[in-house]
Design a protein around this ligand. Structure first.
Ligand SMILES: C[C@](O)(CO)[C@H](O)COP(=O)(O)OP(=O)(O)OC[C@H]1O[C@@H](n2ccc(N)nc2=O)[C@H](O)[C@@H]1O
Ligand SMILES: Nc1ncnc2c1ncn2[C@@H]1O[C@H](COP(=O)(O)OP(=O)(O)OP(=O)(O)O)[C@@H](O)[C@H]1O
Length: 284
């Protein structure tokens, strides 16, 4: 038997860091949503007790370092599943981009194996399992648009009627999420973005309100380490995006664009100085 799951990329429309916790994680307030750029997972049942990961992408680990592997092992251990699975990852989301590619694969694995093995695990339980794999995984289990608090695992859904284009541009640099959080200093934050303001604008379908409320306090940290991210953001706005922001800990910058007629110009303009550019729709 085979089943399929889509694993979409996430973007952070706002991200605020409140403080560092005794466990080393940071307390955050984020509004997250998903875009129509997705990995595709094919899960095939295996009679023997093993987990096999394959992918067309040559640049991700295929062993126990892969988050899909970790998700499969977690669900097998916790629910005492003796059969195995072959998971093929058709990667479309750029890796280490701030788009939660690995987290979304892990979440899709949890959803998929719940179906493949008829486990009937409630969605809240899948989210709890997800939190053991990474802070972005619980959100990726359900997707949609949500306010995420705690270290990212406490979720409140947000009704999102917005429709727009999202241009994603990933510069060819590696950013470590742990390093960015580690270099974050609350005292250096000039302006905290407002989660409630962002949620009100989304729920009202106020596209321009959303664009003016975009904010990510991790942006300054990554921009100091990699000034090319700032140039990409400026380029995005200069070419006509209605709003632009770095996603997560970066380095991907996304631009929100209302009018379809502007998309090709921004896409082509960015391709002039960045190889990895995508024009996709917001998933609502
Ligand atoms: C930047 C975001 O992607 C925004 O959505 C997330 O906050 C990070 O999510 P993630 O990549 O799933 O992060 P995890 O794998 O849980 O953690 C990676 C590292 O980031 C730091 N980290 C992460 C989340 C958080 N709330 N506080 C942290 O300080 C920790 O040093 C942790 O060791
Ligand atoms: N299924 C997977 N897909 C992509 N990368 C994976 C996967 N499993 C493990 N990794 C490893 O995880 C690391 C981060 O990749 P990922 O694409 O998840 O980052 P990210 O988009 O920055 O995540 P986030 O936004 O949650 O911080 C990479 O070093 C990669 O080798």
């Amino acid at each position: 038997m085979k089943i399929y799951e889509k694993a979409p990329a996430k973007i952070n429309l706002m991200l605020d860091v409140l403080h560092k916790r005794p466990d080393g994680y940071h307390e955050v307030e984020m509004v997250m949503t998903m875009v129509d750029l997705a990995d595709r997972l094919e899960m095939s049942a295996l009679p023997r007790d093993t987990i096999i990961i394959s992918s067309q992408a040559g640049y991700i680990p295929l062993d126990e370092k892969n988050l899909a592997f970790q998700a499969a092992r977690l669900i097998k251990d916790r629910y005492d599943v003796k059969s195995g699975v072959h998971i093929h990852l058709d990667k479309k989301i750029p890796v280490a981009a701030g788009l939660a590619g690995g987290s979304s694969d892990a979440a899709a694995t949890l959803r998929g194996l719940n179906r493949l093995w008829d486990l009937n695990i409630p969605i809240e339980e899948l989210q709890k399992l997800g939190a053991e794999l990474g802070s972005d995984v619980p959100f990726c289990v359900t997707g949609g648009t949500a306010l995420a608090t705690g270290r990212g695992e406490k979720l409140t859904p947000v009704a999102n009627p917005l429709q727009c284009w999202v241009i994603l541009a990933k510069p060819p640099i590696n950013v470590s999420t742990a390093e960015v959080y580690g270099k974050f200093r609350a005292a250096q934050v000039k302006e905290h973005p407002s989660a409630q303001g962002m949620i009100r604008a989304i729920e009202a379908g106020d596209f321009h309100g959303v664009c003016t409320r975009l904010g990510n306090v991790l942006e300054d940290v990554t921009l100091r380490l990699h000034p090319e991210v700032q140039q990409l953001k400026e380029g995005m706005l200069r070419l006509g995006a209605d709003g632009a922001l770095m996603s997560g800990s970066g380095p991907t910058v996304f631009g929100l664009v209302y009018k379809e007629s502007k998309v090709a110009r921004i896409y082509n303009g960015l391709r002039g100085f960045c190889k990895e550019v995508y024009a996709v729709r917001l998933l609502t």
